[in-house]
Design a protein around this ligand. Sequence first.
Ligand code: PBG
Length: 326
Amino acid sequence: MPPEYPAARPRRLRRTPALRRLAASTSVRASDLVLPMVVKEGIAQPQPVPSMPGVVQHTRDSLRKAAAEAVAAGVGGLMVFGIPAVKDSRGSAADDPDGIVQQALADLVAEVGDATVLMTDLCLDEYTDHGHCGLLTDTGEVDNDATLERYASIAVAQARAGAHVVGPSGMMDGQVAAIRRSLDQAGFGQVAICAYSAKYASAFYGPFRDAAECAPRFGDRSAYQQDPSARDALHEVMLDVGEGADIVMIKPALPYLDVVAQAAAASPVPVAAYQVSGEYAMAHAAAANGWLDLDAVVAETLTAIRRAGASIILTYWAVEAARRFG
Ligand code: PBG
């Protein structure tokens, strides 16, 4: 039988906002948040992304302005994705010194300099005409080691343009080691790597593929991104740490908080989580129907991701959340 007056009464610490604030052990700070931004070559006006209300494909000019606003809000970093005007089978625009991301980075260096952390997505899918994250073999498979050479070259182009951190997101085996070696050889030993270490083959990337125009033209990414039912996440994280990753990332966030928690327990380097386009779109769609309170969902999901152990969160809500949490 439960005692009539139990000694432990957890509700004591929930009675007032001040008590709850004092007892809180998880916080979200603006400086933990990274804003993903897409810049597209050859457009005159920013283009709204219908499945991601509030998100646009930027022009170089609107990217600059939005970056300055994000920095003023105190966000911890920006993750830049580029869409080139011309795509080909090897994604030539990705490491072109005049490619869209390299030009946009130079703009951002001029606009915000070291006031925030400039990060770049390092992948090929936005740049290839087939939409896969690497080079293809004659039979249409993604060729791991040939792709590593491309990534190594893109890393140097992005570093030269001013990236503080490069973010390889293609899930090729050995990508961190290849990029680290290439950056070091080119004299960019100070440029860090945020590895997308555990990146699942996820349906939650759907809206982003509209935003970044990078849906694969055939097949899917299951032969390189992780299977949601496999237990290889920690292996991937520890391989990346061994290859020299400075930050390891888990993606998506909310459906994979168990993986975030495992990585946070095991990783000697900071763990990031990417709250992806589908997580954003889902909440906006429900809120637009009056089914969810958007602000409350943003606060709750970001808190949950931090509580699972992520020190850094990539989120399309970074600016709003930074203003709210400070
Ligand atoms: C690949 C990449 C993707 C995302 C980030 N980097 C798409 C994919 O793997 O298909 C998804 C981001 C999001 O959904 O918000 N370069």
